[in-house]
Design a protein. Sequence first.
Length: 529
Amino acid sequence: MPEISPPLSEPLDVLVVGSGVAGLSCAVRLATLERARVGILTKGSLTQSTTRFAQGGIAAVLPGDEDSTDSHLADTLAAGAGLCDEAAVRVLVDEGPSRVTELIALGAVFDRLPSGVLERALEGGHSSPRILHAGGTATGAEVERALVQAVEETAASLLEHWFALDLLVEEGRCRGVVALDPAGARAEVRAGAVVLACGGAGQLYSVTTNPDEATGDGIAMALRAGVAVADLEFIQFHPTALHHPAMPRPLISEALRGHGAILRTAEGERFVDELAPRDVVSRAIARELTRSGTDHVYLDCTGIEAFSSRFPTIAVALGTAGLDPAREWLPVAPAAHYLCGGVLTDLDGRTSLPGLLAAGEVACTGVHGANRLASNSLLEGLVFGARASEAVSSGRLERAETGVFAPAAVPLRAFGELAPAPAPVRGALRAGEARRRLQAEMSADAGVVRDAASLDAAAKVVAEIETGFGRPSSVEEAEVSNLCLIGRALLEAAAARRESRGAHTRADFPERSETYRARLVFGRQQSDG
Ligand code: SIN
């Protein structure tokens, strides 16, 4: 790699890594409420994040609704299959409504009924229609638009096309990151606190709804630094991605099932409750694919009235694919969609490394447990991005015994630190080829359903890729290294979890087991110093 370039002239108060809903909402609050010097470092442009792909919306019970936050809490806990942290979920459902109101005040425009009242949709696992949405199913794009505009007006430093390679840790504290600047030179970006908000790792799989950038860089940096990371085995597959060569796979929002769309076999039979939580629907589809020997089932939307005015962006995507939802069933199949685990945080986003915080998909606050409830992800980003900003401004940067770290929480079971990547022996594999091989293997052997033999086979292939790949010397190579590292941790945790729970289904251990009501944690849960 090129020589290290001189550090940025003055350390920032806060460096936010990532530009999705969690990072931007944290940054906007810090810059506007605290007048902090905030920098945002992102490997693409500011608008390039997984947030912009989010469709369905934001689950929230607003004041005056007949619905209740207790019901939202109960639905979230039920979907999470025994692994949610109830205190974190309570924070999510109670603080969510105020964060949504602030987002609207910031300029985000949500869909309303002719009366002016905010329109709500129903999605799987929710006992009431409580999903706020924008542009039909373009909610993420609208949230991103509003936040990017606010950040552009307030941030001290926008480091676009910078790639964070590793955390800068000095005397047991995070002091910034080592990054590649847009010209490929290494540089230190120093800050009083770092907030990781750089999303998930859908690129571990060949079929995913996540963009190319979703390579788990934040989680990999945390793993390398020995920061506590958990629940990686819970990769959520969205049941209804369009079966089509486009990548990321066009999502056929859960909101369609909330509007009455029906899942059918090729013979036209219904085979699952379309509004069950996502893990249940994905498993039922996987079973049906095995039974029928095909690679897709069908979503029948022919009963949905005024499809293109209610779901304009999906109608356009379907038109591009040559499909007419009013006349034909849509071919769909599960696609990797969301990582329920990540960097462990207390209720204020603080991790096991003082000075390092995390929010959004990169984090594991415990709100999702073993399976995220639909439309809780943008909400989590808003709520915990704001909490992280408050922790930073209070100057309390050591994690507390709250949330997943509380003594009464789901037990943390330590794995110790993940072994470093094996030394390269050949260095012959190119980044693109290595990524494709990794994705194909993870899809074949660590997908919706796994077992001991398939996980073992996948671990061997990942080790082969790691040794054949060489030391990363470009962004593309660093991304593949990160994916391999997370893949290795995911496979280790999935092999150790000898039960089926939420998004983790073991063909050889089909039942849920009380022995495994625990989080499997890599890294140190406490700082050393
Ligand atoms: C969807 O619209 O189906 C996706 C929403 C989510 O991932 O929560």
